[in-house]
Every structure is written in structure tokens, then in C-alpha cells.
Design a protein around this ligand. Structure first.
Ligand SMILES: *[C@@H]1O[C@H](CO)[C@@H](O)[C@H](O)[C@H]1NC(C)=O
Ligand SMILES: *[C@@H]1O[C@H](CO)[C@@H](O)[C@H](O)[C@H]1NC(C)=O
Ligand SMILES: *[C@@H]1O[C@H](CO)[C@@H](O)[C@H](O)[C@H]1NC(C)=O
Ligand SMILES: *[C@@H]1O[C@H](CO)[C@@H](O)[C@H](O)[C@H]1NC(C)=O
Ligand SMILES: *[C@@H]1O[C@H](CO)[C@@H](O)[C@H](O)[C@H]1NC(C)=O
Ligand SMILES: *[C@@H]1O[C@H](CO)[C@@H](O)[C@H](O)[C@H]1NC(C)=O
Ligand SMILES: *[C@@H]1O[C@H](CO)[C@@H](O)[C@H](O)[C@H]1NC(C)=O
Length: 472
């Protein structure tokens, strides 16, 4: 143990040693100066042959006029995760070939337009997560005609204005990402209208102004996206409003929509799916969200059912609440060949050190093909090693898989009397349910079609034979 501590402190010492210089490699074309606690660019150590310099994760406070003066071949410069609050207007004057500049996560209080916009070869500019208060691009940004990837914004940008991105109106991007304060205060309709991109990333919480989502969706509808991602759409609270804030989704043309992190309840998931029914989006992935049921949801029959979902794939991944299984998955009507994949459903009350192990837990990953009856392969449902408590919910969920024969629910918390009442099963022949906590009343809720039943280690000290009399 002592050796281990000694070894790791040595290792740490080596990694952060301030005396260590940059590593020059790739025949003098690349410099690796990552994480050296540098508070200034080590100019003397950078040969003029360099094309690629990585100074990320240091303590740089500014980029001075002469920092990169002697690097005429510089194409890629990485300055992310420093504390740069100022970039001199002439900082890149002698680097006309610069194609990629990363100043993500620094302390810039202004967008350094003067230093950036003469760089006519610039293809990638990542300047999000800085401390500027407005995302307004100077007119000179219109000169960056080769720009492909642009990220901007930060925690102090309170909102977007109609003129913010006008200089980009003739530039076709590959990716565009915008971050705003989690207390978004305003969004002027039209702000994102000029953006043309294949990928779009929003890191904006609309908790304070849920209605702006409708304007944003409207503004981006002229694109042909490969993917759109909303990160932390609701940061503090679950959306409970009645207004359908996803109502522009049906006009969005995208291969995939990703909802990443944030608070996302059943109500909002339904709202998204309802709009996707009539839309062009092919895949939806909802991941790492903090999911909650919406107890006030009233099932008004057919009108509240998702009847015509034509997306190819719906992924629900890395979700901290197994209640996501209780969502009404009983799609009806012409819902066709959608794939539903529920993976990595976590339980937020497991000890932290179990998380690593939970990573691989696969709760349900099943081709959702119930309307294509010629799919004869019996699905095999494996929900082993989770925290399922309700046999009733499980039966309702699985009853849609008419071909289901084998169900593995071992190592769960099934079998209480109150959650085992009105089960509706399909014709399961093999039920593996060892390591649960069955009370004998719960046995009445088991499928009667089983030929093989494993209830070992289920705390059944006395066996009620009623269940076995029901079967034949
Ligand atoms: C970043 O620089 C500012 C001064 O510009 C200083 O107040 C702050 O402590 C620095 N932050 C870090 C994390 O070094
Ligand atoms: C930069 O990253 C650090 C660590 O992740 C974070 O605390 C800080 O808020 C970030 N700064 C900005 C301006 O986003
Ligand atoms: C959010 O911004 C509004 C002004 O737009 C302000 O009144 C409110 O106090 C802010 N809330 C938080 C949590 O910062
Ligand atoms: C969208 O872009 C892709 C790739 O560029 C192209 O194949 C597809 O036809 C486009 N779709 C529409 C509707 O423009
Ligand atoms: C279902 O979706 C298809 C394709 O989007 C559409 O043509 C059809 O009218 C829809 N049917 C209903 C009942 O909404
Ligand atoms: C279900 O998964 C568990 C864990 O991966 C595995 O041990 C078990 O054999 C699987 N059940 C079936 C029926 O394949
Ligand atoms: C289950 O089996 C019964 C009798 O074999 C049959 O009548 C019924 O249609 C089957 N149910 C399903 C959902 O396949």
C-alpha cells in the first residue's frame, strides 16, 4: 500500500512538473505541451517547423503578440482549458495557415474578432465556455468562408439576439454548437435562422423560458441535419406546462435527435414522441437524463396513444430511473418497425463505487417489431440484475412482445404483494426469476404458461400450491 502511494505521487510529480518542457515529435512538426502548468507559452522551446501545438490544460493567462511569431507553418493550435482572458489582436498575424484553433473553456470576456477574422483558412474554431456575455459575431466573421466547425457561447451568455449570427449567413458549416447561461433570459425569434449546418448542438436550459424552444425549432427548420443535440434542456425542473414546446419538431429534417442530460419527464417524452410521429426525424436517443414519471398524466384513450411512430430507432440510454419502463410503450396503430433499445438504466441509489460495474447492465434491448408479424424470431428478454419491483408493470410491458418465450428477471426486487396483482402475460415458457423476494400471493401473478420456472433464492419458505394448481 505504502509503495503504491509513493509510486503514484512520483507519477503525479512527473506529470505536473513545471520544469518539464514540451515534447517535440512527428519529425519536429508537433509539440505536446499538455498539462505542464505553463503560465506562459515556452517560445524558446518551439521550433519553427511546428504545424501542430497542443498547450491545453495549462495556466496560460493571455496570448501575446509574439507568442507564435516564429511558427509560420502552424495549422493546429490547442489552447483549451487554460485561463486565457486576453488574445492580442496580432497574436496570429504570423500564422496565416492556421486551420484549427481551440480556446474552449478559457476566460475570454470578449470574442477576439480582431485576432481571429484575418485567419482566412480557419476551418475549426472552438470558443465555447468562455466568459463573454454576448454571442454576437462581428461582421468580419463573414470572411471566414472555409469555416466548418464553430462552437461558441458560455455560462454568461443570457440569450441570443437576431443579429448575433448574421455574418454566418453565407457560410455552410458542418457543426455548430451554442451554449448559454442555464438561466436563459431571452431568445429573439430569428436568431438561429441564418445557421446552415449538418450538426447542431444546443447547451441551453429553457427552464425559465420553455416557450422559446418553439422559436428555436422554427428557426432551424431549413436545415438538413445529420444530428441535433439538446443538452440540459431542463436543468432545474421538470417541464409541467401544457404548451406543446416540441411542436416544431415535425418540420425538422434530421437523421437523429439526441436529448442529453437534464430533467426529462414522461410528459415531455410523450410530447416529443407525439411530434415525431408526423415528423422526418429518423432516430431519437434520450440519454443520461434524470427521468421522472408524470403522475398527473391522464390517459384519454386513443388521442393520448402514440399510434403512428415511424422513427427507426428509439434509444433510452443511461437513465437513472427504472421508472422509464413504466412509460406507456403500448404503441398501437401503424407504428412500424421501430426499434426500442433501453440500455444502461442506472439506479441512483447504488453506492458510487458500483457505478463502474453497472455500466454494462443491459436492461432491455429489443427489436420493436410487433407490427411486423413475419418477424418470427422469439425475442428473449433479459432484465437480470436490475431493481425491478413490479411484476405487474413488467407483465404489461412484455405482453406486447407476442413472440416472447424466455424471460430472465433474476436478481431483482420482484414479488411484493401490492405490485403483483393484475398481471397480463404473453405465452412465456421459461421464466428465470431466482434471487427475488416473492411472497406467496405474488405467485398468483406469474404466467401460467411456463414450463420451466426458476424461483430459487426467493425467500419462499413455504410454497403455496395454488399457483401450481392453476397451471396444467
Ligand atoms: C484565472 O485568472 C483570473 C485573473 O484573470 C484569476 O482571478 C483566477 O483565479 C484564475 N483562475 C484560475 C482557475 O487560475
Ligand atoms: C472550465 O472548466 C471548469 C472545470 O470543468 C469549470 O469549472 C469552469 O466553469 C469552466 N469554465 C467555463 C468558462 O465554462
Ligand atoms: C434568472 O434571470 C432573471 C432575469 O432574467 C432573474 O430575475 C433571476 O433572478 C435569475 N435567476 C437565477 C436563478 O439566477
Ligand atoms: C440531406 O443531406 C444528405 C447528405 O448530404 C443527402 O444525402 C440528402 O439527400 C439530403 N436530404 C434532403 C432532404 O435534402
Ligand atoms: C402515419 O404516418 C404516415 C407517414 O408519415 C402518414 O402518411 C399517415 O397519414 C399517418 N397516419 C395517421 C393515422 O396519422
Ligand atoms: C441474462 O443476463 C445475465 C447477466 O448477463 C446472464 O448471467 C444470464 O445468463 C442471462 N440470461 C439468459 C436467459 O440468457
Ligand atoms: C397463447 O396460447 C394460447 C393457447 O395455446 C393461444 O390461444 C393464444 O393465442 C396464445 N397467445 C399469444 C399472445 O400468443
Amino acid at each position: 500500500m505504502w509503495k503504491l502511494i509513493q509510486f503514484s505521487s512520483l507519477l503525479l510529480g512527473a506529470l505536473v512538473s513545471p520544469t518539464r518542457t514540451c515534447r517535440i515529435h512527428n519529425s519536429g512538426r508537433s509539440a505536446d505541451c499538455v498539462g505542464r502548468q505553463l503560465s506562459a507559452v515556452p517560445r524558446g522551446q518551439l521550433p519553427s517547423s511546428l504545424q501542430d501545438v497542443d498547450l491545453s490544460y495549462n495556466n496560460l493567462q493571455a496570448v501575446h503578440a509574439d507568442d507564435f511569431l516564429r511558427l509560420p507553418l502552424l495549422r493546429v493550435l490547442q489552447l483549451q482549458f487554460n485561463n486565457i482572458s486576453h488574445i492580442h489582436v496580432d497574436a496570429f498575424k504570423h500564422n496565416p495557415l492556421l486551420e484549427s484553433l481551440n480556446v474552449f473553456n478559457n476566460s475570454l470576456e470578449e470574442i477576439p474578432a480582431g485576432a481571429l477574422t484575418p485567419l482566412s483558412d480557419l476551418k475549426q474554431l472552438l470558443m465555447s465556455n468562455n466568459l463573454y456575455k454576448h454571442a454576437t459575431l462581428a461582421e468580419s466573421f463573414s470572411k471566414l468562408v472555409k469555416l466548418q466547425d464553430l462552437s461558441m457561447g458560455g455560462p454568461l451568455v443570457m440569450g441570443l439576439k437576431k443579429a448575433d449570427f448574421l455574418p454566418l449567413k453565407n457560410i455552410r458549416l458542418q457543426s455548430f454548437a451554442i451554449k448559454c447561461s442555464s438561466n436563459l433570459s431571452y431568445y429573439e425569434p430569428g436568431s438561429l435562422e441564418v445557421i446552415r449546418t449538418r450538426q447542431m448542438g444546443f447547451d441551453m436550459a429553457v427552464d425559465q423560458q420553455p416557450g422559446v424552444l418553439v422559436h428555436m425549432l422554427h428557426d432551424i427548420a431549413n436545415n438538413n441535419f445529420s444530428v441535433i443535440q439538446f443538452r440540459n434542456l431542463f436543468e432545474y425542473m421538470y417541464y409541467t406546462g401544457e404548451e406543446d414546446i416540441f411542436r416544431g419538431l415535425n418540420d425538422i429534417n434530421a437523421l437523429q435527435l439526441i436529448i442529453h442530460r437534464g430533467k426529462f419527464n414522461e410528459h415531455l417524452l410523450r410530447m416529443a414522441l407525439m411530434n415525431l410521429q408526423i415528423g422526418l426525424i429518423r432516430r431519437l436517443r434520450v440519454q443520461y437524463i434524470d427521468f421522472a414519471r408524470s403522475p398527473t398524466f391522464s390517459d384519454t384513450g386513443a388521442s393520448s396513444r402514440i399510434t403512428n411512430l415511424t422513427i427507426d430507432k428509439l434509444d433510452l440510454w443511461y437513465i437513472s430511473n427504472p421508472d422509464v419502463l413504466r412509460f406507456d410503450w403500448r404503441f398501437t396503430g401503424s407504428t412500424r418497425s421501430s426499434k426500442l433499445s433501453i440500455r444502461y438504466v442506472y439506479f441512483n441509489y447504488v453506492p458510487c463505487d458500483s457505478w463502474v460495474e453497472m455500466e454494462g447492465v443491459e436492461l432491455l434491448d429489443i427489436s420493436y417489431c410487433r407490427l411486423q408479424r413475419h418477424h418470427a424470431k422469439p425475442p428473449h428478454f433479459n432484465a437480470s440484475s436490475n431493481e425491478l419491483t413490479s411484476l405487474e408493470d413488467l407483465s404489461v410491458l412484455t405482453s406486447d412482445f407476442r413472440q416472447l418465450k424466455v424471460l430472465d428477471v433474476s436478481n431483482n426486487k420482484l414479488g411484493s404483494a401490492e405490485d403483483s396483482r393484475n398481471c397480463v402475460w404473453t405465452n412465456i415458457t421459461r421464466l428465470i426469476a431466482h434471487h427475488n423476494q416473492f411472497v406467496s400471493e405474488a405467485l398468483l401473478c406469474l404466467p401460467t404458461t411456463v414450463q420451466h420456472l426458476d424461483l430459487s433464492h426467493c425467500d419462499l419458505d413455504q410454497l403455496d400450491t395454488t399457483f401450481f394448481e392453476r397451471g396444467n
